[in-house]
Design a protein. Structure first.
Lengths: 228, 225
């Protein structure tokens, strides 16, 4: 632990994505946000088909297009040229967000700056940052997904907890997050509070709690994260 | 019948006055009517209110119009990481911004197109975008009232037009274009090719000709970033 001067290994961003990928059911329609969530597509377990949605009007995105095969009219929300899988479709932006807002997506995975113990999410603007920030599709997605997973580091670069009692950053949506996957833990947001489901290898529930800004409910021996 | 096909980009935007409210399609570098934007930059219309997902990619997309200080107010969802000209004008308080959640931006545009005076949504409740908006509880959910966004002109990018104005789009370059095309008093479409009326199969038409007032052919421009 930091307090003891020993740097314990935390999950990498790819490992966070790998763990989060296990939350996606076969056949699900899924939107992946910027940052760590975007890495999830590369970690789908074998035999699982997921229809990735992009808010610019694509369902059924496959992997990033190979160099030389890019079509810049076929990009994801991060402007990356992508491929399509069989059964893919195009539609306009209003229908794309009808899908996000209307509860049609099975799972959405977003990045986060802060998540509160009630599942409030702040992920679009850092106070004091230059410029006006950008909401993009995050508010529609957060408000409408059947299941919303947030992938983020457990602490800020300065060591402050990102899971907090109350968000101090500008909010994206209230009480919208179902599950948080971090470099230290998997946590479910329940009506009674934050339920610790798994911890990263070598971490204990107490150590994770010490780096979390809101109380964690620990009901049993907490298993280590599995990655397959 | 009034001919919709214009011979030049400059002619297609020639009557856009100072102070106009203009929607501009495009997302992620795809589907931007960059030739029309540049024609409007050449024309030099001032005090424009722009409605678009983002605020330019360096000199590209709306960037050139921020560079020229032609835009006084912009309604957008995501100004973007390469919107340097916008950011400079914004910091200098030469342009104001209304930041709108992206799907709500679409839906407010669609409300204008559909003749609706607004709608209630859970999106944005409890956030900065709820400021000053009527709030009520509907079906057990806190909701805010969102109002339509109208436009004098929409500048859109499509792939193919027939001479009547029916449009098709290419891949994900569709994005905001069909929605904006329906909402403006005058919709101007920049297209890669113009074909005779009837050459687009009726089942393949995405934007019906009723929404399209001017068509101009131009080779699409794209800005990396």
């Amino acid at each position: 632990m930091r307090a003891e001067g020993i740097a314990k290994p935390r999950l990498t961003r790819e490992q966070i994505a790998q763990r989060a990928a296990l939350e996606l059911p076969d056949g699900a329609y899924v939107n992946l946000g910027w940052g760590i969530p975007n890495l999830i597509a590369g970690h789908l377990p074998k035999g699982i088909t997921v229809y990735f949605h992009s808010e610019n009007g694509i369902l059924g995105m496959g992997p990033r297009a190979k160099p030389g095969e890019e079509d810049f009219d076929q990009v994801d929300a991060m402007k990356v040229p992508v491929t399509l899988i069989p059964g893919a479709s195009f539609f306009h932006q209003a229908d794309a967000h009808l899908m996000t807002r209307g509860g049609h997506l099975d799972v959405a995975v977003l990045g986060g700056f802060q998540v509160s113990e009630k599942g409030d999410l702040a992920n679009w603007k850092i106070p004091g940052a230059k410029g006006p920030g950008g909401i993009g599709g995050a508010m529609d997605i957060a408000a409408g997904a059947k299941i919303l997973i947030v992938c983020m580091e457990h602490s800020t670069k300065d060591g402050a907890p990102k899971i907090v009692k109350r968000c101090t950053y500008p909010l994206t949506a209230l009480e919208c997050v179902d599950t948080i996957v971090t470099d230290l833990a998997v946590i479910d947001v329940k009506p009674e509070g934050l339920l610790l489901r798994e911890v990263a290898p070598c971490w204990s529930a107490e150590e994770v709690q010490a780096l979390t800004g809101a109380p964690l409910i620990v009901r049993r021996q907490i298993p280590e994260m599995s990655f397959a | 019948m009034k001919k919709k096909v214009y011979a030049s980009l400059d002619e297609a935007v020639a009557d856009i006055p100072d102070g106009a409210q203009i929607m501009v399609g495009g997302f992620g570098g795809a589907g931007f009517p960059n030739n029309l934007i540049q024609a409007l930059a050449r024309k030099g219309a001032k005090n424009i209110t722009a409605v678009s997902n983002n605020c330019g990619t360096r000199d590209g997309e709306l960037g050139i119009m921020f560079k020229n200080n032609q835009i006084k107010h912009v309604i957008a969802a995501f100004p973007g990481p390469h919107a340097n000209h916008f950011l400079e004008r914004f910091a200098a308080k030469e342009v104001t911004l209304e930041l709108v959640p992206q799907g709500i931006l679409c839906e407010r545009i669609r409300a204008a197109a559909a003749g609706l005076q607004g709608f209630y949504t859970t999106v944005g409740v409890g956030t900065e975008v709820a400021a000053g908006k009527e709030e009520r509880v509907l079906e057990g959910h806190r909701c805010i009232l969102e109002r339509p966004i109208h436009a004098d002109y929409a500048l859109i990018k499509a792939q193919t037009a027939d001479e009547l104005g029916n449009l098709t789009y290419r891949l994900a370059a569709r994005n905001f274009n069909p929605v904006m095309a329906m909402a403006a008093k005058t919709t101007i479409a920049e297209v890669e090719e113009i074909v005779p009326t009837g050459a687009i199969h009726p089942e393949h038409v995405v934007t019906p000709a009723i929404f399209v007032h001017r068509i101009v052919q131009a080779k699409g421009l794209r800005y990396a970033g």
